[in-house]
Ligand binder design. Structure first.
Ligand SMILES: [Zn+2]
Ligand SMILES: [Zn+2]
Length: 256
């Protein structure tokens, strides 16, 4: 069995000094490939260094709507994507939760990143919270753009929109909570060939796990996803592995 963690924050300071152990614990439960996302320019150099030491970790660079960024960061993004042989643009997106930047500010940050991903033929890793319909509208304007809406927790109708646009839906620890009944019912109806597994570590620990979250815990999400689809975990692990592999251009390096 091999499991692909399609979204972790590998450069996060909460992993400092423990990355090798975190990786070993992930490998012990057969989590063997990772996409590490960096959400702001100050994380990019660290992620390049980590990629050097841990080549099984594919990297993605983006500018996340939660943070403030300089215009310089956006201008430098293509250089960093090329330098590290990035597998995707991200994490970027739209978050219309309380206290976030205005829609206009967020769109001004996101749209150049979508156009860049499109122009570089890279998939995009998207964060969406209370913004799914607006996001889908922007994606529809860039036919051919590929990617994933990570940590998906929208409605069935919104899921259908993203699937029609050819996007994948990333599922993480949220689906492991028994009280997440609406989300679980939706997940049970999703076509498995359009779903990716993710940890979002060190955030979003699965049910019963203490923070910080780590990629090894993605097995909890795998177990729930397999249950909801009435399939063996090995089957679901392999389908979601293939999904992640084909989305990220077969560039995310693996350990066999
Ligand atoms: Zn996110
Ligand atoms: Zn994230």
């Amino acid at each position: 069995m091999r499991i692909f963690d399609s979204h972790c924050h590998w450069a996060d300071a909460r992993f400092a000094g423990e990355r090798r152990e975190v990786l070993l614990r992930a490998e012990a439960v057969r989590v063997r490939a990772f996409v590490a996302v960096a959400a702001q320019a100050c994380d990019w150099p660290g992620l390049v260094r980590l990629h050097h030491y841990f080549p099984q970790v594919g990297v993605a660079f983006g500018l996340h709507p939660w943070f403030e960024h300089t215009p310089h960061a956006l201008a430098r993004l293509p250089v960093w994507l090329q330098r590290a042989d990035a597998v995707a643009v991200g994490e970027c997106g739209l978050d219309f939760g309380v206290g976030r930047a205005s829609r206009e500010q967020q769109e001004a940050l996101l749209l150049p990143q979508l156009r860049l991903a499109h122009a570089m033929d890279l998939p995009v890793i998207l964060h969406a919270h209370k913004s799914e319909d607006v996001l889908a509208m922007h994606l529809a304007r860039l036919p051919g753009l590929r990617g994933v809406v990570h940590g998906f927790h929208g409605s069935q109708q919104q899921a259908d929109k993203f699937l029609r646009l050819g996007f994948y839906l990333g599922l993480g620890g949220m689906i492991t909570f028994p009280r997440a009944q609406r989300l679980r019912a939706l997940v049970a109806s999703l076509p498995l060939e359009r779903v990716l597994l993710e940890s979002d570590a060190p955030d979003q620990p699965s049910f019963g796990r203490k923070p910080p979250n780590e990629p090894a815990f993605v097995v909890d999400t795998l177990g729930v996803l397999a249950d909801l689809h009435g399939l063996a975990v090995e089957t679901v692990a392999e389908v979601t592995w293939q999904n992640a592999h084909s989305l990220f251009l077969r560039k995310a390096h693996e350990v066999e």
